[in-house]
Design a binder for this molecule. Structure first.
Ligand SMILES: O=C(O)CCC(=O)C(=O)O
Length: 293
């Protein structure tokens, strides 16, 4: 079987930016089926409502007659999900978005920055969203906007609603058949659709049921290359790079299992094992040992 697990470099980009784009991985015939299905089922109101779905069934049950199940099971997609949240993640829910061309009374939901997992305060564990774009998304269609690297800034959604043009924001423009896997806490929004046709996006969320440690293909593990990716920074961070570097170092220590990982000596300077936060699960034992020694 082909190995479509993500590699270390892709994972380092995920930890740094908060998303991974698999451009055009869905075969054309499945894209056509997905567009037809979305229009038909939406017209009949046949997709199950989110309230009924949440945690109640596996994706097999929830999407049993849907082409989106076939898409989520494509090896490139399924193994990318596995690299981030492991095998048998909890299927949280799905949602189908059909953003109509902008008119005076257009539906303006989601057109402001928000985090989907605002309630999630876990320090390292994260859920992922998987968004599927069966059509080509042109700049006019108002594809999903992401603020790369914002997933560690956990704030109340109402604090970010007012922001529209944040430096470094990236609006998705992609080929038909693209899948994006993104951290549940990245700041994102839809944009107004100024094209002539509707924009379709299918979104599913997965919760990990295993520790998210070395779940990807680690054959290319190279901590120096990882550090170089994380050191680049993002335009919106301004003078707060040290804070953001620390967030990435701690996340990567957890995910790679290498508790010595560091760059610029930041973590070593601040964190001797003795000083770790007592709620910091992976380090609890070392704190305990150093206190009781
Ligand atoms: O329409 C979009 O591209 C974004 C949708 C969104 O923000 C969401 O599902 O939380």
């Amino acid at each position: 079987m082909n190995n479509y697990l993500l590699n270390t470099i892709q994972m380092a980009h995920f930890v740094d930016e908060g998303y991974i784009i698999l451009e055009g991985v869905i075969p054309e015939h499945l894209c056509h089926q997905a567009i037809d299905e979305t229009r038909e089922k939406e017209a009949q109101d046949a997709y199950t409502s989110i309230r009924e779905q949440r945690h109640h069934f596996s994706w097999d049950e929830a999407l049993q007659d849907s082409v989106y199940k076939e898409i989520l099971e494509l090896p490139q997609v399924a193994q990318a999900i596995e690299s981030l949240v492991g095998t048998n993640p909890q299927f949280d829910h799905y949602r189908v978005h059909r953003t109509q061309p902008l008119t005076d009374n257009a539906h303006l939901n989601f057109l402001h920055y928000h985090q989907d997992c605002m309630v999630d305060m876990r320090p390292y564990t994260f859920d992922i969203n998987v968004s599927i774009y069966p059509q080509e998304i042109t700049p006019e269609m108002g594809g999903t906007m992401f603020l790369p690297g914002s997933q560690y800034r956990k704030v109340h959604n109402s604090n970010m609603y007012r922001y529209q043009h944040v430096r470094g924001s990236k609006q998705l423009v992609c080929a038909a058949g693209t899948v994006v896997l993104w951290h549940g806490n990245i700041w994102h929004s839809g944009r107004p659709n100024r094209s002539e046709s509707d924009r379709i996006m299918f979104l599913a969320r997965f919760n990990p049921c295993v520790p998210q440690i070395r779940l990807w293909n680690t054959e290319d593990m190279d901590q120096e290359a990882v550090a170089q990716i994380m050191l680049r920074g993002h335009a919106w961070i301004g003078g707060e790079h040290p804070l953001e570097w620390m967030n990435r170092i701690r996340q990567w220590r957890y995910m790679s299992g290498d508790h010595e990982f560091d760059f610029m000596g930041y973590a070593k300077r601040v964190h001797h094992s003795f000083e770790y936060d007592l709620n910091d699960q992976p380090y609890r034992e070392s704190v305990y040992n150093s206190i009781t020694r």
